[in-house]
Design a protein around this ligand. Structure first.
Ligand SMILES: Nc1ncnc2c1ncn2[C@@H]1O[C@H](COP(=O)(O)OP(=O)(O)O)[C@@H](O)[C@H]1O
Ligand SMILES: [Mg+2]
Length: 262
């Protein structure tokens, strides 16, 4: 049975798409068959981040033009599959996000992988939350700002109302600052466990500019270790963080997760 991991947030710009991509690469390094799914119909980004750039057929065409979902499954590095959403406003005008039968679409894509990472839109304007599969598990992404946590709380409440299973929150873009909320404070506001804490790190953007994940470009960085620890946690696996400046870091990363011979 496929596993659906829903990456949601209240506020935009807190790193949902970035996390989707990095977790996808992390999971593929663990040998998993991953599909990244862009459900942000209005502000799609997964196509840009995964280097697909203006794909021929997107989820928009499936929703507005009766194209089949099979036509918009693309394969990128590591055998990861991506189902992108378009950026053409003309097509979008023919779609009312409130009246999409998400359950039907999500059932159809089930055959394309074992783990689906679902990059959600910010806010609660779409009916996608109502259409999630019963076994979907949600991660709420937040930064440490008041507004981001307040919006995360709204999503947490909505998810509870809809009986969506929440695994916890990921504190992203974290840095030490007495004026921001601490992990403990956020935990007590959201009343769900923190399952990952990812530092604010410019390397994330730099790696993506190279079309790569930070876990490949700089696997021994605190950011990569944080992402891989979260990946392992989600998969029920263990991960030994990589210390910097050890020989053959990338080889060791690959050996550790068994995709390269000793
Ligand atoms: N941990 C981080 N440290 C620094 N920059 C980050 C981090 N996570 C995300 N970003 C950057 O923040 C911006 C917004 O991220 P994005 O994933 O597009 O957010 P969302 O999908 O929630 O709108 C991007 O430029 C991304 O590279
Ligand atoms: Mg996004």
């Amino acid at each position: 049975m496929s596993k659906f991991i829903v990456i949601a947030s209240g506020k935009g710009g807190v790193g949902r798409t970035t996390l989707t991509f990095n977790l996808g690469v992390g999971m593929s390094l663990f040998g998993k068959n991953v599909v990244m799914l862009d459900l942000d119909l209005v502000m799609a980004n997964l196509d840009v981040i995964t280097g697909l750039l203006n794909p021929d057929v997107t989820l928009h065409d499936v929703l507005a033009r009766n194209r089949s979902i099979d036509e918009c499954v693309y394969e990128i590095e590591h055998g990861i599959r991506v189902i992108p959403t378009g950026i053409h406003f003309e097509t979008l005008r023919h779609i009312n996000p409130k009246y999409i039968s998400w359950d039907k679409i999500l059932e159809e894509i089930g055959e394309y992988g074992e783990i689906f990472l679902m990059d959600m839109p910010a806010g609660i304007n779409s009916n996608i939350f109502e259409g999630l599969p019963e076994n979907a598990e949600m991660i709420i992404v937040t930064s440490s700002t008041m507004t981001s946590v307040a919006d995360a709380l709204k999503i947490r409440i909505l998810a509870n109302e809809l009986n969506i299973n929440i695994m916890g929150f990921v504190l992203n873009m974290w840095y030490e600052d007495g004026f921001l909320l601490s992990a403990k404070e956020i935990e007590s506001i959201l009343e769900i466990p923190m399952i990952g804490i990812i530092p604010y790190d410019r390397e994330i953007d730099r790696s993506m500019a190279l079309g790569k994940s930070v876990v490949e470009v700089n696997p021994s960085s605190p950011t990569s270790n944080a992402i891989m620890l979260l990946t392992a946690h989600l998969l029920g696996e263990t991960y030994e963080p990589i210390e910097p400046d050890k020989e053959g870091i990338i080889q060791r990363l690959r050996k550790f997760i068994g995709i390269m011979p000793e």
